[in-house]
Design a protein around this ligand. Sequence first.
Ligand SMILES: O=C(O)CCC(=O)C(=O)O
Ligand SMILES: [Fe+2]
Length: 243
Amino acid sequence: MDSPNALDTNTPEISDDQLQAMYNAMERDGYCCIPDFLTISSLSTMQEFVASSVRSSQNEYVAFKGREAVKGSGLDELAQSPQFQSIFSRLYVASRSKPAPAVEFYQLLRCLTGKGMMEHSLNFHYDSYLITALIPIVIPDTGRAGDLLLVPNARPVRQTYAGNLVDKVIVDKIRQKSLRTRAQNDPSSFTRIKMVPGSLYFFWGYRSIHANEPCDPDTVRATALYHYFDPHADSRLKARLRR
Ligand SMILES: O=C(O)CCC(=O)C(=O)O
Ligand SMILES: [Fe+2]
């Protein structure tokens, strides 16, 4: 079963031309989308995983970190798919003009629902990883849909971890309130990604300020995230602060 180099027949192959078009869209529009990336049957396996997780959490927010935590959902297998991994390494090469490090993910499944909905929405941030891939698994079809709001490509990749930290603190602590106010009063000033389950979206998570809108507490919004490449993985300062 576990043969990481074998092509998997479920995941589409992306041509180099398609990849270039995706890269161009991420630079120009802030994101790109591959519609219907998942097969109907993969998507429904993932949806069942979400439904049973939300039941177990008594209809409250629940998140899963890492491949093991989503074993059997198909999201674990996708992380090992050569076709899927190759999208990340080619986007890396396109943006950094050097060979890509081995593809390892910081992988998440977020299931938003219930009273905690607001607490996990409109938290504007930069990711720690260069590339963010997002696959909507369940999106409410009534009420608010929980779109993703982006200020795309708002900063370059910083030379140092300290530089990165300053940006993050500014967004987390200083600009957070005004970004939230702006999301309420002038939402069209953001780039908005409308989520279609089974489609795959890419953006430069490290470079883009982003957050999801809330949806209604009695609905479920579940997204799978695959983050790749921490530009500051070797930082001594980062290691020291983590101790
Ligand atoms: O679930 C979402 O729409 C976005 C989550 C996100 O930005 C993250 O986990 O880094
Ligand atoms: Fe993020």
